[in-house]
Structures are given as C-alpha cells and as structure tokens.
Design a protein around this ligand. Structure first.
Ligand code: SAM
Length: 330
C-alpha cells in the first residue's frame, strides 16, 4: 500500500456514499434494533484512529457494520483481513460492495451474517500470529453485554484474547462509557468500572454528540478503547470476582461491609464479615465506590480462601435465588 497515508489511510476506489447506499438499498434504520448510523467520514475515521495503529498484517473484527461507514474507514487503513459480523441481512449487499472495493487494496473481507453474542471468534479468526483489533458501534445494551463477555474471555485468554494485545474500541451511551472508565471515588464508579479495570485499561477517547447519528438517538455516545493489561490484577476466576463486586455494589450508598456481608447467611454474617475485612486490610466503613480495584480484589481473595474452607456457604444467595448478572449498570 504505497499510497498509505498515516492518518486517513489509502483512498478507496470511487463508490456511492453511505447516504446513497442507504437510499439505494432502502436501509432505513430499524428502531427496535437500535440502529443509528454514522454518515460522517471524519467521524468514522476518528473512531478507527482511536483503535491505534493497524498494520498490514493485522486482522480487524468489526461488529455491527450496518451500511458500512466505519467499515470504509477500516478498509482505508488496509488491514490484512477484515471480519464483519452483522445481524441484519438487509446490509449484506452494501457490505458485499465494500468487499469488492477492498480487493485491490489487499484486504481480505469476510462477511458473516449473525449475532456477535453467538459468534465463535476462535473458529472464524483462528490464526493468532497476527494482531486482532475489535471495533464496533453497537446498540448500547449489546455493547455492555459484549464487553462483559469479552472481559470474561480475556480473563481466560480464550476467543479473541489468545494474544495479549487484542484491544477493543467500542461505543457506549456516554454515561456507560464514563462508568467503565470511572476512577476511584468517582460517583459513577460501579461494578462495570471495577470489572473493566481489573483486566483492562479503559480509555475514554471522545464523545460523539447524538446529533451526529442518523436517526438521532436521545443520548450522546462515548468511544472507549480498552487495552488488556499485560499483567491482569488477579488470577481469581471471573465469576468469583464478579459475585463479590456485585454484592459490594448492591448497596452502593451504604458502607461497603453491608453489601459484602450479604454473601453470607444472616446468622454468621457480621462475624465473618468483620474477620474477612480485617484479613483483607480494608476499611469496612467506606462506600463501595471509594474502594480501589486492589481493595475489591483483596476482598475477593479472602472470600475465595474462606469458601475453600467453608464450601457450605458457596451456594448461599441472600435473595433466595441466583442473581441475574445482566444488569451491569446498578
Ligand atoms: N456501524 C454502523 C454505523 O456506525 O453507522 C451501524 C451502527 S448501528 C448503531 C448497530 C449495528 O449493529 C446495526 O447494523 C445492527 O443491525 C447491528 N447489530 C445489532 N445487534 C447485533 C448483534 N447482536 N450482532 C451483530 N450485529 C448487531
């Protein structure tokens, strides 16, 4: 790619604009699928630039390409391979057109029609000798779910994370993006912040005003890049950490010991909690959002050790049922 320009990448062969494509294939956004398109090329370039350097051998996996605005910006950066996963079949002809355009640039484009939450990355991106970038502007509910799935995969070094340098560049509703990145003491700090920050370094790249989308959503959007930590902050299992952090944040306005204590049955709750906080060397009367990631992890570690000695408490659930892990925004 001699014509490769550092910032914007190469020029694509002449082709219809995204706006024309949307008209040509009658691709009205479907509201219940939360489809909002970005037509502005400068903005799609900026999203892709947030992903960092893309080398000619790299693979990019784009989730929810839709009519292909971000896709074009990726192709201009000439990765070796571009994998597209899109649920809505209506976009396939537009994406096929992009695939043809990418051919002379030596970017191999593979299009999959399907749900990213069920997509087997290990099967479809089996080569691991090249770096993988994950990029997507997805509906908000899915991007949070997907992020958690991917952090889980990262903790197990599976799927997209068999290499340690697979970064994610994803869009979220602005408030959710702020939560992911929220530092110690920030009033937006929640379970999602802690789970993100144990395994990755999340960076808020920039905010896209809602009016930049067609149709315009009611909210602004944050672009977040999450870089896997070379050394994750723990080797504890994801589910165990998740359980502890969830309990702690269940009572976010109370002292942190309150939520934590609900990991144990009422009869033993106070004694166990006191001794575990002491063992973990954590102040029990600060609020959940005032705990550092390391403190959350120390509380998880002493909980794990306690459970090994007292497996009889393992299935205890203070609400009498398994908690859904879906709602990460509490
Ligand atoms: N990337 C395009 C853009 O920025 O203009 C479209 C963004 S639109 C907000 C979200 C896209 O994700 C839509 O094309 C939608 O069909 C697709 N999508 C929604 N849920 C999906 C899923 N579970 N798996 C794959 N694609 C999905």
């Amino acid at each position: 790619a001699a014509a490769r320009v550092l910032t914007g990448g190469v020029r694509l062969p002449p082709m219809p604009t995204i706006r024309d494509l949307v008209k040509l294939y009658k691709l009205q956004a479907i509201k219940y699928m939360s489809q909002n398109f970005i037509m502005d090329e400068r903005l799609t370039d900026k999203i892709v630039k947030s992903a960092g350097r893309i080398d000619p051998h790299d693979t990019v996996l784009e989730v929810g390409p839709g009519p292909g605005g971000i896709t074009r910006s990726i192709i201009r950066r000439t990765p070796g391979r571009l994998v597209l996963v899109e649920k809505d079949a209506r976009f396939m002809p537009a994406l096929e057109l992009l695939k043809e355009c990418a051919r002379p640039l030596q970017t191999q484009v593979d299009i999959y029609e399907g749900d990213i939450l069920r997509f087997d990355i290990e099967k479809h991106v089996s080569e691991i000798e090249h770096r993988l970038h994950l990029i997507g502007n997805l509906p908000f509910s899915i991007s949070t779910r997907l992020l958690i799935n991917w952090i889980h995969d990262l903790s197990l070094r599976r799927g997209a994370f068999r290499r340690s340098d697979t970064a994610m560049t994803l869009t979220f509703q602005k408030e959710v993006a702020e939560r992911i990145c929220a530092p110690l003491g920030h009033d937006q700090r929640c379970r999602l912040s802690i789970m993100s920050q144990i395994w990755t370094q999340p960076l808020m790249k920039f905010i896209i005003p809602g009016k930049a989308f067609v149709p315009k959503p009611d909210v602004d959007v944050g672009v977040v890049k999450l870089i896997p930590l070379k050394q994750p902050k723990t080797l504890l299992p994801f589910e165990l950490v998740e359980r502890v952090v969830r309990h702690v944040f269940n009572m976010r306005q109370k002292y942190c010991r309150r939520g934590y204590s609900t990991l144990f049955p009422p009869k033993d709750r106070d004694d166990i909690t006191d001794s575990l906080f002491e063992l973990a060397d954590v102040d029990p009367i600060i609020r959940p959002f005032e705990l550092s990631v390391e403190e959350h992890l120390r509380l998880a570690t002493v909980y794990a050790e306690f459970m090994q000695k007292h497996p009889e408490f393992a299935d205890y659930d203070y609400r009498g049922r398994k908690q859904p892990v879906e709602n990460y925004l509490d």
